[in-house]
Design a protein around this ligand. Structure first.
Ligand code: MG
Length: 315
């Protein structure tokens, strides 16, 4: 990441400083000083709902439907590391992410629940590294988790509540720093997932998740976007992904009215603005289906792949 002085130089060159009046370092993600890599659309889906007698059969089915990746539930993967490694070995379909599974909550009011979450998250991150996942999806707290006050939660996660107070809070090691270090050693990363307000209040937008990442600016800490939650919380899919910038490493997708397969909600299932954002940031990771299905999966899943590839071209 550029330091502030370099950013100012880069911004002056592009005229951006004059346009925005801002100079925070991480905003350089929205002001590329050099060309980003060409973005790619790699489609993934969660394992549940994919027909097949074995994991290998499911992977073959997904490859036939045009998918590039598969996502597993965190706890399921923890129990099946060897099986997953063996099925994926040499297969065209690669692993995308591990979804959730942390027991307890990182910012629960109850210290015992927080301790449980740290232990659980480390165990899952180790498994995520072993199976080669882009990252482990983590939600700091759902409504059910009896969360600590917001400001205290942010301070616990990243070590300070305000950027200009960072130097005043050297100890203890912030929760996300400890986990990010563990993630990097395991060969993976944390993927913070913003959810809609029916599921949590603490983290609802991609920008806020990216802001938490900016606090630590650590390779083991990243954010993701989920088109389903974004439908309710974001003012712009394009803007959301641009604010995610270099911190964005995973995306979930579903139809936009009922959380079914993309395309099953007709004209509402438009992802073009979001795809423009992914192209803008040079996105290299997966867009993964997290959804139900109204129609037969054999029909709606390949149709969705076709629809999304057409919208990617349009973006
Ligand atoms: Mg999701």
């Amino acid at each position: 990441m550029l330091r502030r002085r370099d950013f100012l130089a880069a911004a002056a060159a592009t005229g951006v400083a004059a346009a925005t009046g801002r100079s925070h370092a991480a905003q350089t993600d929205a002001v590329p000083a050099q060309p980003k890599p060409k973005a790619v659309l790699k489609l993934s889906a969660q394992e549940g709902g994919i027909p097949g007698e074995s994991l290998k059969a499911k992977l073959d089915t997904m490859a036939g439907w045009g998918f590039d990746g598969i996502e597993f539930g965190g706890q399921a993967a923890l129990r099946r590391v060897k099986e997953i490694q063996s099925a994926l070995d040499g297969h065209d379909v690669k692993i995308s992410a591990l979804c959730g599974g942390v027991e307890g909550a990182l910012i629960a009011d109850d210290p015992a629940a927080r301790e449980k979450a740290m232990h659980s998250a480390k165990e899952l991150l180790t498994a995520a590294g072993e199976v080669g996942a882009v990252g482990l999806i983590i939600v700091p707290a759902f409504h059910r988790d009896n969360m600590m006050p917001h400001q205290a939660a942010r301070e616990l996660l990243t070590g300070f509540a305000r950027w200009d107070a960072r130097k005043d809070k050297p100890d203890p090691t912030p929760v996300l720093l400890e986990l990010a270090e563990h993630a990097v050693k395991a060969g993976t990363r944390i993927l913070l997932e913003p959810l809609n307000r029916q599921e949590c209040y603490f983290l609802r937008t991609v920008a806020d998740g990216a802001s938490i990442c900016k606090d630590l600016d650590h390779p083991g800490l990243a954010v993701m976007g989920d088109f389903w939650h974004m439908t309710w919380e974001e003012t712009s899919d394009l803007g959301a992904f641009i604010t995610g910038g270099g911190y964005l490493h995973h995306v979930h997708i579903a139809s936009r009215k009922r959380r079914k397969t993309p395309g099953e909600d007709g004209a509402a299932d438009n992802y073009v603005e979001g795809f423009k954002g992914l192209k803008w940031i040079g996105y290299q990771d997966f867009v993964s289906f997290e959804c139900g299905a109204v129609g037969a999966r054999e029909v709606v899943m390949p149709a969705a792949v076709k629809l999304l590839r057409a919208q990617w071209e349009q973006a």
